[in-house]
Design a binder for this molecule. Structure first.
Ligand code: GLC
Length: 432
């Protein structure tokens, strides 16, 4: 939800760049190179779908389904690196050279404003997608200045994965809801379960990349703080934010989080959980399916993220499909986007890879909940998730967060100094 002040902030930041000012803040919302939304998507033929590396195996399967039905409009899957920052860089490079190599882009939810404001992606016709059936906060991530610039394909909410086998051996019947309960549970498990003696308590994603922005924001939000306030203004130099960051720095110091977690992205932390290095893991829903196929099958469950004084909150994640302004065969692209973001495809992504669907009713179907018991927890996680700053200059914002959070975690700065410096940097990058 973009408030007037928030838009004003974004646009005032754009004033610095005259070219952008004319295109993004000038009139009533811009329409990208596609003209009036949806009227000029022309051309049929082969296209590409560009996304981060598929760790689930399901994407090629869904694309093959399309290709079998559209032999003259085949989709080639271009896989970029796994980390979000490298994906963003490659997509921006493609846009800056106006290359037609990328057609449909899998945009991280946090990039919509940046890609739309620069007119790297086309504005889409809203009436051609079943947005009314999707979770509202998820649809919001695809909008910029009131226009639709992407269509939700999968959502994401942070979950706490925990070892039911270890907890029950230690006589603990429910997952922790606070950080201190989690730490106490770990101590109890270590005391009562000899096999868990050498295990660390918790891991998330703490390498210097987008995942650190997510984990930092979650810690701050889960302690009652904010990174930016409701009007989009940075407000991170506060006692509450400090408690959140201190939970992470303190956990690194006392070993609750293993030292090597400073190098973890999603996949490294999943391995750490699956190989028995940690008892609790913060990660996205895709882990449910993969961990369920490994040696932890039947030995883990998920719960809402814990927080300082009660349940914490997740950062809103996910990916939306956008159409590169520089692409050819846009009529094919639009049809493929409808297919790939359909409820049927979302059902396949859920069943095969436990990806979070944008569609509200897939969370409530008894048959699905029976098979995927995490769905109710996930729905709540997504509905209450906190969006990361929704700004055109997201690249600057996330690198400031990554730099300062990393400095606090590796001990080169105090939490207090890191938050002070971060507040200054965020004020600068969102300055009027
Ligand atoms: C997941 C989320 C995405 C987030 C990324 C961080 O892919 O869906 O929104 O930015 O993780 O690593």
């Amino acid at each position: 939800m973009k408030t007037k002040t928030h838009r004003a902030l974004e646009c005032s930041a754009l004033f610095a760049t005259a070219a952008l000012l004319l295109t993004a803040c000038g009139s009533s919302g811009g329409s990208g190179n596609g003209g009036e939304a949806g009227t000029s998507f022309q051309g049929r033929g082969p296209i590409t779908y560009v996304a981060g590396k598929d760790t689930t195996g399901v994407v090629p399967k869904v694309i093959a389904r399309w290709n079998a039905q559209h032999p003259k409009e085949k989709v080639t899957f271009v896989q970029l690196p796994t980390d979000a920052d490298s994906q963003r860089q490659q997509m921006i490079q493609n846009a800056e050279t106006k290359s037609d190599a990328y057609t449909v882009l899998s945009l991280d939810v946090v990039w919509t404003s940046e890609f739309a404001a620069h007119q790297w992606v086309d504005r889409l016709p809203e009436n051609q997608f079943p947005l009314g059936k999707m979770l509202k906060p998820v649809v919001e991530t695809a909008k910029y200045r009131g226009g639709l610039y992407a269509v939700p394909a999968s959502s994401d909410g942070g979950l706490l994965y925990y070892r039911t086998d270890l907890l029950s051996k230690a006589g603990i019947s429910a997952p922790p809801t606070t950080w201190s309960e989690m730490t106490a549970d770990c101590a109890e498990v270590r005391k009562k379960v000899p096999a868990a003696k050498g295990m660390s308590c918790y891991a998330g994603q703490f390498q210097k990349y987008e995942g650190l922005t997510v984990n930092f924001a979650e810690a701050v939000d889960s302690a009652g703080g904010v990174v930016t306030d409701a009007s989009g203004k940075p407000n991170v130099d506060t006692p509450a934010a400090r408690k959140g960051l201190d939970f992470l720095t303190g956990s690194f110091k006392d070993g609750s989080i293993p030292k090597e977690a400073i190098t973890y992205q999603e996949e490294d932390s999943r391995q750490a959980f699956q190989s028995g290095k940690v008892m609790f893991l913060r990660n996205w829903p895709y882990v449910y399916s993969l961990a369920g196929k490994g040696k932890l099958a039947g030995k883990f469950a998920v719960a809402p993220l814990p927080g300082l004084n009660g349940p914490g909150s997740s950062s809103l994640g996910g990916h939306n499909l956008a159409l590169s302004s520089f692409a050819k065969n846009k009529a094919t692209a639009l049809d493929f986007m409808k297919f790939f973001s359909s409820e049927e495809s979302a059902g396949t992504f859920l069943k095969d890879a436990s990806l979070a669907p944008p569609y509200a009713d897939l969370y409530d179907k008894a048959a699905l909940v029976g098979r995927y018991p995490y769905l109710p927890v996930l729905k709540q996680s997504i509905l209450h998730a906190v969006p990361r700053p929704r700004v055109v200059q997201y690249g600057d914002v996330t690198s400031a967060i990554q730099r300062e959070a990393y400095a606090a975690l590796n001990g080169s700065k105090s939490s207090a100094q890191a938050l002070k410096d971060l507040q200054g940097a965020l004020q600068k990058s969102t300055a009027q």
